[in-house]
Design a protein around this ligand. Structure first.
Ligand code: AMP
Ligand code: ZN
Length: 136
């Protein structure tokens, strides 16, 4: 994708601080980290989001994420790590090339990942589960 910033990072046209690279992925330091050590994992093949991602990339992505998460944790000794992956503007996606965030967490950090809670009426969860299941 000629106008995709992550494709330009992958090709080297735009510089990045690279953490990991193989035939299928490049992982870089996020330029505007939630916490120092925040890494984003980019599949080299352009997909806008999870919906466009191929199964093979999806399967490999978590293996890469786990490798890098272990290295981050060892290096910076954080207390935990969030994997975050946004799809769609409403979900916070700003770059439309699939990526996974690895966000280091400390007990006293300023990251907030939180949501309110809805409730189901009787039978609603089961009927929604059945409807979703029928589409898999
Ligand atoms: P998202 O909001 O999930 O689409 O995440 C996009 C991420 O890409 C943000 O956390 C940005 O800080 C990061 N980002 C944007 N441009 C660059 C860049 N040139 N190098 C590294 N990270 C970038
Ligand atoms: Zn791209």
């Amino acid at each position: 994708m000629s106008n995709c910033i992550f494709c330009k990072i992958i090709s080297g046209e735009i510089p990045s601080a690279t953490v990991y690279e193989d035939n299928d992925f490049k992982a870089i330091m996020d330029i505007s980290p939630a916490v120092k050590g925040h890494v984003i994992i980019l599949p080299k093949k352009h997909s806008a989001d999870l919906f466009e991602l191929e199964d093979d990339s999806a399967a490999k992505a978590l293996i890469v994420a786990r490798k890098i998460a272990k290295a981050i944790k060892e290096e910076i000794n954080c207390d935990g790590i969030n994997l975050l992956q946004n799809n769609g503007e409403v979900a916070g996606q700003t770059v439309f090339h699939f990526h996974i965030h690895l966000i280091p967490r400390y007990k006293q950090d300023k990251v907030e990942i939180t949501w309110g809670h809805e409730t189901y009426v009787d039978g609603e969860a089961v009927s929604l589960a059945t409807a979703i299941a029928a589409r898999i």
